[in-house]
Design a protein around this ligand. Structure first.
Ligand code: KG4
Ligand code: ZN
Length: 340
């Protein structure tokens, strides 16, 4: 560790959240997220609208992050930004802004991989939250991602499983759409699931080899099931909503847990971390925790504000890369399909 005092500004704009955060020696001083409500009307993120909103929001978000942290831009030691993966139009806004600011202040620029950042968010100094021990397995589950990664050290990560179609958050959101729920539907399905019977209706789990995931078949199965039932009884959804939500959630969690168990068995790793918006789900939290007693796991879930898309996770990676002197050149470009 260093004896220097290092202030880094992190900027995140890969999808539909414009976020900025200031970190001081591994401790978050501010974490500002401006969510874009406009997408709710469309039932999903509209890329063109997202990049426009980033342009509107980025300067106020950065100003607010600096002011909440009581830090002047002249105090910053580096600017970290999300290079990818994500929506190209959205990434370009954050990338261009970060480059200009670093150039204007004559300080280093640090590129960050968004998927690595979701994982390294576990290393933010936060009372009450333990940092995972290497090697560990990290499952990132959100509206955009579903991945299991073997993490050997901060920057030595291997993707050992990922979705071949929809992300798990999409499975929640698209099921919710079929049921007439608002977007994103994950939180409401979770709430209702806690009031329903998870075994009321049975949905078949997909058969995917190894550690990969698939969720598109489940979405279709739910659609056909609901179409059939509402033909027989137009009030079927209304009468059974809690049970339907509980059954869908039970199936999705079963799919996630089956793969995590297999990953742990194959690698022999029992330190298991989860992150991403879906890690807020009460069912996955309970299932993960039960793995501690059942399989001898040690499990980690970051503080909620560091697990959905945010810039604190970009700032912590910026800090770790700063310590290694790993900086980017001014000609670096955003990369929509950047891999871990
Ligand atoms: O990480 P996030 O905020 O953004 C990205 O998608 O990257 O994750 C949002 C996703 C949405 O699909 C939302 O429905 C889901 O996380 N989500 C949940 C819950 N809270 C958020 N899914 C299930 N249960 C929840 N409690
Ligand atoms: Zn994300």
């Amino acid at each position: 560790m260093t004896s220097q005092n290092i202030y880094i500004l992190g900027i995140e704009s890969s999808c539909d959240d414009t976020a900025a955060s200031v970190i001081f020696n591994g401790k978050i001083l501010s974490n500002v997220v401006t969510s874009q409500k406009i997408h709710e009307d469309y039932g999903g993120v509209v890329p063109e609208l997202a990049s426009r909103a980033h342009q509107q929001n980025i300067v106020p978000a950065v100003h607010q992050a600096l002011s909440l942290a009581h830090v002047k831009k002249e105090d910053l030691n580096a600017i970290a930004f999300t290079r990818g993966p994500g929506l190209m139009g959205s990434l370009l806004v954050g990338t261009s802004f970060a480059k200009s600011l670093a150039f204007g202040l004559n300080i280093p620029l640090i590129d960050v991989n968004h998927m690595q950042a979701h994982i390294l968010a576990h290393f933010i100094d936060e009372p009450g939250f333990d940092k995972p021990q290497f090697p560990f397995l990290a499952m990132t589950i959100s509206g955009g991602h579903t991945q299991i990664v073997k993490v050997n050290s901060y920057f030595d990560m291997v993707v050992i499983g990922e979705t071949i179609d929809d992300a798990v958050g999409e499975a929640f959101d698209k099921s919710g759409k079929i049921l007439g729920l608002g977007y994103p539907a994950g939180p409401e399905i979770d709430k209702r699931a806690q009031l329903g019977d998870p075994k009321a209706f049975k949905f078949t789990k997909p058969k995917v080899e190894g550690l990969n995931f698939s969720f598109s078949g489940l979405k279709t199965a739910i659609l056909y099931f609901i179409q059939k039932q509402t033909k027989e009884d137009p009030d079927f959804i209304e009468k059974n909503l809690n049970d339907i939500c509980a059954s869908i959630q039970y199936t999705i969690i079963g799919i996630l847990m089956d793969k995590l168990k297999l990953a742990s068995k194959q690698t022999g790793i029992k330190h298991i971390a989860i992150g991403g918006g879906v890690s807020a789900n009460s069912g996955i939290r309970k299932a993960l925790k039960s793995g501690e007693a059942k399989f001898g796991w040690t499990t980690y879930i970051p503080k909620f504000e560091f697990t959905t898309d945010n810039a604190a996770m970009i700032a912590i990676v910026g800090y770790l890369k700063f310590l290694e002197g790993d900086f980017a050149d001014q000609d670096i470009m955003a990369s929509a399909r950047l891999k871990i």
